[in-house]
Design a protein around this ligand. Structure first.
Ligand code: SF4
Ligand code: SF4
Ligand code: SF4
Ligand code: FES
Length: 1009
């Protein structure tokens, strides 16, 4: 059955606070009594009373417009027939929606519309799903007195420029719903009504077609259109859908809810779901239209094995693939020890699938060598927020942004990477909230239609901590601290230490200007705005976390929010915009080598005992290996086998050559994925994965919202991914059986206090819940830390700025930073297999005109980008978005391999790679400036960097497990890789680093023993 949501005609009136009770107004509609919130329209009140008033220009998602005159009503004591959509209710009002006079008037309106509308209903793609058709029926239209011969618009041409929808102007009734949807819901302002009167027409951009206009293909106009004028091409191709499956988008961390509208197992269209908590009925081009990859011919749906990566794949049964993999894993462990194998979970997969993999590693593999792709994106978020507040998650729900007075966006590009949340944010900005953007790149948000940042702090890459310290310095210096909040809610001694630290002159905007490049005056003004404007909310992304000081920066933002009392209510908070659909979930599920589900450390005897009792095994109390340690271990020769779930580490992780070398060095790589990706090319076993349209489970989005993912079709592989993992664990000697993914969630709930109240039945009943969800908060927790922090008192931490060691030099004078583009997604495995490629066919290098001119580079030229690690070739886009000295690219295409040039620097606490700062040189053409990857000097500098990193970690937290891991890594790197190089280089008189290295190794040995 198709799920049709009721459209109440006009939006709910905006409330000053969602926690205060609303004043209500009582009225009658056709004699039915109804009480509604003050400010409600008569149309909405009638709908709530069960009375549908005919309408065409009104829809619940848009402000009332009052143009079609179909919704006229009579109101006792008032003259005329007001439009019910634009008339607010008042106490005691008595409304009549049906009378002979109203019928006559409505029929007259419909006659005018229909006299200029094609009469091809039977062959129209919207037949049966058309509000114009419905309204003709509702008003009893039987005849058109004006005939069809007059001047009309029936010959207007179609615009088919957009790959996903068609604009058939001949069917347009000029209700303006599309124009208003583009403005009010999406915030792009791509459409206008051109001309007047009879000549009025919808126009897209100056060039007149959708593709060349500023349209971002979000689909809001298509959804708003009451006729077949704007129609999805998939509906034109397949016809109207027959049933609905409610599910969740599998792209970004916004986690939009969708109605998958189906004909059998054919998706006809994906329609954003009005009751979706994250998106409230909106979508972006990826979730709305880019689902074709799920049935792309490149998909592999059968298991495959091979003995060596030089051989062709052999197609085998599931049974054979599982036995093959299990036998090899057992053999490796027998020869190289229990710790010689591990697994990587995927933030693309469901909670239940992730949980199964980490459980397999901890039970059947018998070690804690499990890590997740969150390692390379938001691991500093987990570390920093847990340190400050006690929970490894963002503080707010998305709705909270509607109550913000100041929005501070740091290192995030929401309009490209989190588009639906960006639309919600832009709406609030249009309502008057002020905006501060901190970013090396002039992102769209800085200036877009009807939005302009009050302050744009265009800092140098790698100087986030300096700028957050400078902002905090101003707040302390100028007495803008919320002393009451700090006294009541935070640890006093930590606060005093932090205050002394942040007051140091070295943290002043004047002192940090030398690092950041941002004028002190601008920083001071931004700090005052953040601290004084009421509700101030921080939103941040990978531009914060993917740095050598990612964790420091997260703590710096937490300090700032605590110091100004911007936590624990609507409109405030510290909010990570998570990259992938289930980053939050994959971390929650115990994917890190040191944490069980619910962020409980493996060394915690009580937590371990709970899991041991449930799982029937002993769990190692020592943290296992992180991804970088596994890869280094493979090169060192002691790590031999890896299970990779739905993640393409050979493309997405930094220093691609190193990752590839590590994968080649392993005896067994098992990849579970939809496609033979770059990692699978170096694998021995391929387990075919399921697309989100086949999965049954849950994703957890950036606001901790657990959403259901429901299967719209059968698994094309014959197995759910968790079933394959259970089978492998069983073949390894640890039986794992579940009757359904719901049973896995029951186990998660039984073992994880923050999930104790979560079940599929509850999710089906409530739609979604935000964890913590347990006995205390059975319906979930939209906003965290309301009256006290999860850790009790909030913890201030001093955050000294330590410049990254990745510095520009004479040889590599530019700093490269990376990001995403709207139409593509991460490594592009999905979006590259959709029509989204029409917008973005390759990764491009953006550089400032002065840097381009200096090098003789023109827009569109091919250029070579060289770093200390490697080189790649891209096309150049000359753009003033970048500051001089900074260049930018995306990493969606394996062919350009942007990560070939990114280095192995990483966050001191979590090893999250420093993707956002790489010193590079750019040459015109495919120049001969190729870096010798094996040059001893590069390897030596890598060793020195590691030595420094260890030194930093020791001074920051001598007990961190990271120290031991990195130290082990360095020791073995020294032994196996460097000693010969260094000796030869020193003998040749070209290196002076030996004392540094020797000292580091001595300290390291002392620490380990
Ligand atoms: S395209 Fe559709 S929504 Fe836009 S004005 Fe025409 S009928 Fe209305
Ligand atoms: S698809 Fe979205 S951005 Fe494009 S015109 Fe429609 S509403 Fe505007
Ligand atoms: S914003 Fe993110 S979750 Fe929503 S539709 Fe777009 S990609 Fe999907
Ligand atoms: S629906 Fe009220 S005027 Fe169009």
């Amino acid at each position: 059955m198709i799920l049709v949501e009721q459209d109440l005609g006009t939006p709910e009136p905006k409330r000053a606070s969602r926690h205060e009770p609303q004043r209500t107004v009582e009225l009658t509609v056709d004699g039915v009594a109804v009480a509604v919130p003050e400010g409600t329209s008569v149309m909405r009140a009638a709908a709530l009373a069960g009375v549908d008033i005919p309408k065409l220009c009104a829809t619940e998602k848009l402000e009332a417009f009052g143009s079609c005159r179909l919704c006229l009503v009579e109101i006792d004591g008032r003259k005329g027939t007001p439009a019910s959509c634009t008339t607010p209710v008042s106490q005691g009002m008595s409304v009549t929606t049906q009378s002979p006079k109203l019928e006559r008037m409505r029929r007259g309106v419909m006659e005018l519309y229909i006299s200029d509308h094609p009469l091809d209903c039977l062959s129209c793609p919207a037949n049966g799903d058309c509000e114009l058709q419905d309204m003709a029926g509702a008003v009893g239209l039987r005849d058109v007195r004006y005939g069809y011969q007059g001047e009309n618009h029936l010959d207007l041409p179609k615009d088919t420029s957009n790959p996903y929808f068609t604009f058939d102007s001949s069917k347009c009734i000029v209700c303006s719903r599309c124009v208003r949807a583009c403005e009010e819901v999406q915030g792009t302002f791509a459409l206008t009504i051109e001309g007047r009167g009879f000549e009025s027409r919808v126009a897209a951009g100056a060039n007149g077609n959708f593709f060349d206009s500023p349209c971002v293909s979000c689909g809001a106009c298509v959804q708003a259109c009451p006729t077949a004028t704007l129609t999805e091409n998939s509906v034109i191709e397949h016809g109207t859908p027959r049933k609905t499956v409610l599910t969740t988008c599998a792209y970004c961390g916004v986690g939009c809810s969708f109605k998958a509208e189906m004909q059998g197992e054919q998706v006809v269209r994906m329609v954003p779901y009005k009751d979706g908590g994250a998106n409230e009925g909106h979508s972006c081009v990826k979730g709305r239209f880019a689902w074709g990859y799920a049935t792309h011919p490149d998909r592999v749906t059968h298991p495959m094995v091979r003995d060596s990566i030089d051989q062709e794949w052999r197609k085998v049964s599931w049974e054979e693939a599982i036995q093959f993999a299990a036998a090899k894993l057992k053999d490796i462990q027998a020869r190289h020890g229990r710790s010689s194998i591990g697994g990587i979970t995927s933030s693309r997969c469901t909670n239940e699938e992730v949980y199964a993999v980490q459980k397999m590693v901890r039970t059947a593999f018998g070690n804690n060598n499990v890590d997740t792709c969150a390692r390379v994106c938001h691991s500093p978020t987990g570390f920093g927020l847990k340190n400050a507040f006690g929970t490894s998650a963002g503080t707010q729900d998305f709705k909270s942004v509607e109550y913000a007075d100041v929005i501070l966006v740091i290192g995030a590009n929401p309009t490209d990477a989190h588009p639906v949340f960006a639309s919600r944010m832009k709406k609030r900005l249009r309502e008057g909230a002020r905006l501060i953007v901190v970013d090396p790149r002039r992102i769209d948000l800085v200036r877009s239609p009807h939005i302009e940042a009050s302050h744009f702090l265009q800092l140098r890459p790698g100087t986030n901590v300096a700028i957050i310290n400078a902002i905090a310095h101003v707040i302390v210096e100028e007495g803008l601290i919320d002393e009451k909040f700090v006294a009541e809610r935070c640890e006093a001694s930590d606060y005093q230490n932090w205050k002394s630290f942040i007051s140091l002159a070295e943290n002043s905007p004047e002192a940090t200007e030398a690092h950041t490049g941002v004028p002190a005056k601008q920083v001071r003004a931004a700090a005052r705005l953040y601290a004084t404007a009421g509700n101030a909310a921080i939103y941040y992304g990978l531009g914060v976390t993917e740095h050598s000081q990612g964790s420091t920066m997260v703590m710096g933002m937490a300090n700032l929010a605590m110091a100004t009392g911007n936590l624990g209510r609507d409109g405030v908070g510290v909010n990570p915009l998570r990259g992938q659909n289930n980053v939050q979930g994959s971390c929650d599920m115990g994917s890190f080598p040191h944490e069980l589900a619910g962020y409980r450390h493996v060394s915690d005897d009580t937590a371990r005992a709970t899991f041991e009792a449930f799982w029937g095994v002993k769990i190692d109390s020592e943290p296992g290996l992180r991804i970088p340690n596994m890869l280094d271990g493979a090169i060192d020769g002691h790590f031999k086998g890896l299970f990779v779930q739905g993640e393409d580490i050979a493309q997405s992780d930094p220093n691609t050559h190193h990752v590839q070398a590590a994968l080649r060095a392993m005896e067994l790589v098992i990849v579970q994925d939809l496609f033979v990706n770059e990692t699978a090319k170096l694998a021995h076993v391929f387990f075919p994965g399921t697309s989100f349209l086949e999965k049954d489970g849950t994703f957890t989005n950036a606001e901790r919202r657990i959403n259901r993912v429901r299967p719209a079709m059968r698994a094309k592989t014959g197995k759910q991914e968790w079933q394959a993992v259970c089978d492998l664990a069983t073949a390894l000697g640890h039986p794992m059986h579940y009757n359904s993914s719901s049973a896995i969630m029951d186990e998660i709930a039984a073992l994880t206090p923050t999930f104790a109240g979560v079940s599929f039945a509850k999710l089906d009943a409530l739609g979604s819940v935000q964890w913590p969800c347990n006995d205390q908060t059975p319906s979930g927790t939209p906003i965290m830390h309301l009256n006290k922090f999860v850790r009790g008192l909030g913890k201030f931490t001093a955050t000294p700025y330590v410049p990254t060691e990745e510095k520009s030099s004479r040889r590599f004078p530019l700093l490269l930073t990376t990001g995403r583009i709207l139409s593509q997604y991460n490594v592009g495995a999905q979006t590259r297999r959709t029509k989204n490629v029409e917008w973005h066919r390759e990764d491009i290098l953006e550089l400032h005109p002065s840097d381009a001119e200096l090098r003789g580079i023109h827009d569109g030229d091919e250029v070579t980008v060289a770093s200390r690690i490697g080189t790649t070739v891209l096309h150049a886009h000359v753009s003033e978005r970048m500051a001089p000295g900074v260049v930018y690219t995306t990493f969606h295409y394996p062919v350009s391999g942007a990560n070939v040039v990114t280095t192995e620097h990483s966050d001191w606490a979590t090893n999250c790679p420093e993707y956002k700062v790489t010193a590079v040189q750019v040459f015109p053409g495919r120049s001969g400036a190729t870096i010798e990857l094996d040059q001893p000097e590069h390897r030596l500098s890598a060793l020195v960097r590691m030595a420094n990193q260890i030194a930093r970690q020791w001074s920051a937290d001598p007990s961190a497990d990271a120290v031991a891991c990195t130290a082990r890594h360095m020791e073995s790197f020294w032994e196996h890789e460097m000693r010969g190089d260094l000796t030869r280089a020193v003998e040749a008189g070209s290196v002076t680093v030996e004392p540094v290295v020797n000292q580091a190794v001595r300290r390291l040995s002392a620490h380990l023993h």
